[in-house]
Design a protein around this ligand. Structure first.
Ligand code: ZN
Length: 430
């Protein structure tokens, strides 16, 4: 009897926990604007809608099945044997598929046909689910990317791939410099960083990326040249394009030397600097230049100004609040929003913040603490709840995406457990 009582108690507790977590997830969704207040709808309208949803679901599923057959249809030229002029006509007439859909699907399928794990994702989630990874996945990493494509939405995956590429670049640069400049903050993540080698793309893709990068950098330098030196003088020389090119290269040379002079300190050699073109009011520029000083460094001045802003914010920081309510107190909420100027806190992301994220997971400590509460865009919030932000407990300056969730440290395990439940409820229909 005791056993049954125990079991009943356990089941009731689990259900209670489930309800509590469901409420938490609903709260997340409501604050993210995902749940809208229900509109009035008649029984008949509801019936019509449900019918449409069912048929639509089926239509999508059957199109997905057709897409998966395209490769074989193409290989065996079945369209030709059945007297169609091309595969596009075949697919349009027999399955109502547009030319674009067929061409695009074939392009993606050709990319992943030697990667069974990704083919499986297409089978289950459709072709759009893998599009973001086709230029980054290799045969060796296909399973890794398939897992990501299964757990992320199309948009989240796009953002993740972008951050991942940036991270790969950082790791590659570190390797090139042959130095282990791993800061204290990163020591915990050292093991994770060591595995980055396997994600490196093949040589052909790296060359392509480098060419593209060189093109982009050249564009930026050119803009600066125009700003610094005014218009290029016109020349009467018949071979004007040649002389312009010479002029351009001497300007570039000049700029490069200037840049070198502006970065005389040793530590600056490690981080490549970026050129920025800004439209500034002359008065503001004059003030800034004065603060920088003739031989000063723009980075030092900017750092100082940022530090002053941080100190100022620190003074205004509201006390943290311990409560059972997920609702973030208004003072803290306002502070967190203004800290990043209403934008996502992830480095380099300029999206509007969509949701406030407790980096320590609210359920673990039930505390609203501005130091551990950051506004994120939807994609970065999803990435965070997949446990894929490294240094999440530190300042966002040090955040980067990681390849897998931390399931070894105590805090990592606890967060992971919560994140798993959040995923489950998010996946279930509201
Ligand atoms: Zn973001």
């Amino acid at each position: 009897m005791d056993f049954i009582q125990d079991l009943t108690k356990k089941i009731m507790q689990t259900n209670l926990q489930k309800t509590a977590l469901k409420t938490e997830v609903d709260f997340l969704k409501i604050s993210a604007g995902e749940i809208k207040p229900a509109q009035k709808i008649t029984v008949q309208e509801k019936f019509l809608h449900e019918k449409f949803v069912t048929f639509g679901k089926n239509a999508k599923e059957w199109t997905r099945k057709c897409i998966l057959l395209l490769l074989e249809i193409e290989k065996h030229e079945i369209w030709k044997k059945k007297n169609f002029s091309c595969i596009n006509e075949y697919a349009a007439k027999l399955a109502g598929m547009s030319h674009d859909l067929v061409n695009d699907s074939l392009r993606v399928l050709h990319f992943i046909e030697d990667k069974p794990a990704l083919m499986k994702v297409v089978e289950m989630k459709g072709i759009n689910a893998v599009r973001a990874v086709i230029t980054i996945a290799t045969k060796e990493t296909a399973e890794f990317w398939a897992e990501k494509a299964m757990t992320m939405s199309k948009h989240t995956l796009e953002v993740y791939v972008r951050e991942f590429r940036a991270r790969m670049q950082v790791e590659a640069d570190k390797n090139l410099q042959g130095k282990s400049d791993i800061s204290e903050a990163e020591i915990g993540a050292k093991n994770d960083a060591e595995n980055w080698e396997k994600f490196r793309p093949g040589t052909a893709e790296m060359v392509k990326n480098q060419q593209l990068q060189a093109k982009l950098n050249f564009g930026e330098i050119k803009i600066m040249a125009e700003i610094d030196f005014g218009q290029l003088p016109k020349t009467d020389n018949a071979d004007s394009s040649n002389s312009e090119r010479n002029m351009e290269s001497s300007i570039l040379e000049n700029l490069r030397n200037n840049l070198k002079l502006e970065n005389p300190r040793d530590e600056d050699q490690t981080t490549p600097k970026k050129l920025v073109a800004m439209q500034l009011d002359p008065q503001i520029l004059a003030q800034l230049e004065k603060l920088k000083g003739e031989n000063g460094d723009w980075n030092d001045l900017m750092k100082q100004l940022l530090q002053m802003r941080e100190d100022h914010l620190e003074e205004q920081k509201p006390e943290s609040v311990k409560t059972d309510s997920r609702h973030i107190p208004a003072k803290i909420d306002r502070y967190v929003t203004s800290r990043t100027n209403g934008q996502c806190a992830f480095p380099g992301c300029n999206k509007k913040l969509n949701i406030k994220h407790h980096t320590q997971r609210f359920a673990l400590e039930k505390i609203h603490d501005s130091d551990r509460l950051y506004g994120l865009c939807k994609a970065h919030e999803r990435i965070a709840h997949l446990g894929l932000i490294e240094n999440e407990d530190l300042s966002p300056k040090l955040w980067k995406v990681r390849a897998g969730a931390d399931t070894t440290s105590e805090i990592g395990k606890a967060k992971y457990a919560i994140d798993q439940v959040v995923q489950k409820f998010r996946a279930s229909p509201a």
